[in-house]
Design a protein around this ligand. Structure first.
Ligand SMILES: NC(=O)c1ccc[n+]([C@@H]2O[C@H](COP(=O)([O-])OP(=O)(O)OC[C@H]3O[C@@H](n4cnc5c(N)ncnc54)[C@H](O)[C@@H]3O)[C@@H](O)[C@H]2O)c1
Length: 254
């Protein structure tokens, strides 16, 4: 029960890593508010939470890239919750285009959801987090944000921006006892990577020789969310099977 009596908001909770984290957080005692643009996925997660015994789980549909949606989300939270302790800014998606192929539409979509979504979610939920007296925000970046991936220029730029936004937020929000950290995941077996053409290549450059399961990302998120990480602030936690930290991306299993 590492999150006993906590209230968590998880964006992108309708599938993949967000769903796995919602289920884990609930098992650890947290009430979970699931946010997603995908109504069906979000409601499915809530059903799964209820089957697990979390009767207070709630789904709120919102597009995190749209200010009016996020403001409505914050208003709904303000009406039904006394506070928010944990915010996992996880919603995201990728369009894989090299720099030259990147359209303005792709750029706006990648920055809008992956980076602006974190700004908006944190900005409008902050008043409820301040009410908690202590809190943890976890921003989901990627190893593409660390190294830059030539196959997805706009996504890499947006995910890189998250790392610096995390540093700034960690400084600005520490006075409220709100810690802000960032997670850089490597390849994770979710809908996002299901049809990835370079999946085998990716596994070959990962020392652990496989992709992560969503639960293997949820546990590090749980650590950052919990009081066990009470002195961890402004950190970038890399969870990538050894792909970048040890080898700087040069490793090959072949
Ligand atoms: N899967 C990986 O290999 C990997 C690696 C590094 C980082 N990540 C990051 O993990 C996060 C979760 O991805 P996942 O792998 O679980 O993929 P996923 O597609 O299973 O889940 C992403 C969820 O975000 C939701 N979403 C997308 N845009 C949204 C928006 N504008 N507003 C609200 N919800 C929105 C989707 O509907 C979906 O439910 C993303 O930020 C992604 O960039 C994933």
């Amino acid at each position: 029960m590492r999150l006993k009596d906590k209230i968590s908001v998880i964006t992108g909770a309708g599938s993949g890593i967000g769903r796995a984290t919602a289920l884990l957080f609930a098992r650890e005692g947290s009430r979970v508010i699931c946010v997603d643009i995908n109504e069906q996925g979000g409601k499915e997660t809530v059903e799964m939470l209820k089957k697990q015994g979390e009767q207070n789980a709630l789904f709120i549909r919102a597009d995190v890239s749209k200010s009016e949606d996020v403001q409505r989300l914050a208003e709904e939270c303000q009406r039904s919750l006394e506070k928010v302790d944990i915010l996992f800014n996880n919603a995201g998606f990728v369009i894989r285009e090299t720099f030259e192929a990147t359209t303005e539409e792709t750029w706006a979509g990648m920055v809008g959801t992956n980076l602006t979504g974190i700004f908006l979610g944190s900005k409008y939920l902050l008043p409820l987090m301040k009410k908690s007296g202590a809190g943890s925000i976890i921003n989901h970046s990627s190893i593409d944000g660390l190294l830059g991936n030539p196959q997805d220029a706009a996504y890499s730029a947006a995910k890189g921006g998250i790392i610096q936004l995390t540093h700034v937020m960690a400084c600005n929000l520490a006075k409220y006892n709100i810690r802000v950290n960032c997670l850089c995941s490597g390849g994770v077996a979710t809908g996002m990577t299901a049809n990835l053409p370079i999946r085998d290549k990716l596994v070959a450059v990962t020392p652990l020789g496989r992709m992560a399961q969503p639960e293997e990302i949820a546990y590090p998120v749980l650590f950052l969310a919990s009081d066990e990480a009470s002195y961890v602030n402004g950190a970038t936690l890399v969870v990538d099977g050894g792909r970048t930290g040890i080898t700087q991306g040069t490793f090959s299993r072949a």
